[in-house]
Design a protein around this ligand. Structure first.
Ligand code: AHR
Length: 505
């Protein structure tokens, strides 16, 4: 049995959590849109062709904002193709994923779908093949009231009220050679700056996200950030980060340590932002939008082979990773790391939401829905991850793995919800063999009692869920408790945990 101690004080605060920390992402990719959220003729679909059974699984996640329409897809996207009478919309080749885009779902349909979910759209503009004019036209279409060509076009398409989309991404992963219209940092910086200024002239209320590096191992990281921000620091509101983790070396202990790279990535990006701030003698602190994060490795090679053999399919299955218990634990450590940086990470988008590296799956050709292992940590965070993240001191045993040293067995974050009088601990036990007893002195809080300790674990790190099996799902832990304002919680080996404590306000 391992032992860990958590020291906490309500006065030691990192930041309140922005609701947009629990954002997500839908790209025109694989079966995310077609055969995922949109499936006309399916018995569960509504009059507009959207699957209500999928909506029912998304709703409990209370997603505040959804990034759209890409991803790599956006860098070749002609937004005008996706509006107007559906029958008249052109069918296009999507060069990003080498599939066929029918344009049956576009901005109007997606906006109404998001409205039903109570989520904002976070729109990305194409800075790959297009530029200032098209970004401005799209903004005019979405946000301008009326009396101009594009706003009146929207009204003619049935949307009298503007969508008032607040958050806009200036392109996607423009540092990546795989990106359509890939650019150098200087090329991107100039184009994004002029686009930002033009867009803010149309709508000064919007918030803009500059494109950061596609992942921390990019050879251009962090020079990309420093150069791009030299152009954009004063004109944007956020800088983006993307990262996917995976068991690429086939070593579980190594894989379980990988959120330490997320931690390091955030530190480096914050330092780079603050370096540019100092250089510019600016009073503004730039915030981060971690707008693609998840686990992605199961489907990597096979997808490339499939698309090479059979390109130009309509909504073929792509990036359909099936997640294990180990993946859910690593996912949990990533989520915890994001929360522990709530002072700078204001937006985060789980990439993606349905079928494509997703917590929610639908069986092909309109089959049934099911929930992946990673659904649960995200669900718990969305349900209980509110209030203020506390700065805690953790004392716990550590291990070394082939590529990491001093990896703490415990990864944790603590949230204080003063309104509800609730302390919430999210924790992952990285040990493959040992339970971990987590102790915390709660003397700073009055009248503490345990609401519940929920855990997700399995003796088999490779267990998965599926359409007909629930390999792993959350269960209550009976051995944990709070006595005399002292928490003692037993975290099973390789587990995701939620411990909720009530205190007197
Ligand atoms: O989310 C899948 C892909 O990952 C996105 O299209 C791209 O932005 C990233 O490389």
């Amino acid at each position: 049995m391992l032992k860990a101690t958590l020291s906490l004080d309500p006065e030691f605060k990192i930041s309140t959590v922005d609701r947009r920390m629990y954002g997500s992402f839908i790209e025109h990719l694989g079966r995310a849109v077609y055969d995922g959220i949109y499936c006309p003729g399916h018995p569960a679909s509504n009059a507009r062709g959207f699957r209500t059974d999928v909506i029912d699984l998304i709703k409990p996640l209370q997603i505040p904002l959804i990034r759209y329409p890409g991803g790599n897809f956006v860098s070749g996207f002609r937004w005008e193709d996706s509006v107007g009478p559906a029958k008249e919309r052109p069918v296009r080749l999507d060069r990003a994923w080498r599939t066929v885009e029918t344009n049956q779902v576009g901005i109007d349909e997606f906006s109404s779908w998001c409205r039903e979910l109570g989520a904002e759209v976070m729109m990305a503009v194409n800075l790959g093949t297009r530029g200032i004019d098209d970004a401005c036209n799209l903004l005019e279409y979405c946000n301008h009231e009326s009396g101009s060509y594009y706003s009146d076009l929207r009204r003619a398409h049935g949307a009298e009220q503007p969508y008032r989309i607040k958050t806009w991404c200036l392109g996607n992963e423009m540092d990546g050679p795989w990106q359509i219209g890939h650019k150098t940092a200087d090329e991107y910086g100039r184009l994004a700056l002029e686009t930002a200024r033009a867009m803010k002239k149309i709508d000064s209320e919007i918030q803009l996200v500059a494109t950061g590096s596609s992942y921390p191992e990019m050879p251009t990281f962090p020079t990309w950030e420093a150069t791009v921000l030299d152009y954009l620091y004063d004109d944007v509101d956020y800088l983006s980060l993307h990262q996917y983790l995976g068991d690429t070396t086939n070593n579980l202990e190594d894989y379980l340590a990988k959120s330490l790279t997320t931690e390091h990535f955030i530190h480096s990006v914050v330092s780079t932002c603050d370096y540019v701030k100092a250089k510019k003698r600016s009073g503004k602190k730039l915030m981060l939008s971690f707008d693609e994060w998840n686990i992605w490795y199961h489907s990597l090679g096979s997808d490339d082979e499939r698309i090479a053999k059979e390109p130009w399919g309509i909504a073929p299955p792509l990036l359909e990773d099936i997640y294990t218990m180990a993946d859910a634990a690593v996912f949990g450590t990533m989520l915890i790391t994001l929360l522990n940086h709530a002072d700078r990470v204001k937006i985060a988008c789980l990439a993606q939401l349905v079928n494509v590296i997703a917590p929610i799956m639908t069986e092909p050709n309109g089959g049934k829905t099911w929930l992946q292992t990673i659904y649960w940590p995200f669900y718990h965070a969305a349900q209980y991850g509110h209030g203020t993240v506390l700065r805690t001191a953790v004392s716990c045993p550590k291990y070394d793995s082939p590529n990491f040293t001093d990896v703490p067995y415990l990864e944790s974050t603590v949230l204080l919800d003063e309104e509800q009088g609730v302390l919430t601990v999210f924790a992952v036990n990285r040990s493959l063999n040992d339970s971990l007893v987590l102790s915390a002195d709660l003397a700073a809080f009055e009248g503490c009692s345990l609401i519940e300790h929920v855990t997700m674990y399995s003796g088999d790190p490779n267990v998965t869920n599926g359409p007909d099996k629930q390999g792993v799902s959350p269960v209550r832990v009976a051995e944990s408790g709070v006595t005399d304002n002292h928490l003692s919680a037993v975290l099973p080996p390789l587990s995701w945990n939620v411990v909720r404590i009530q205190f007197k306000r």
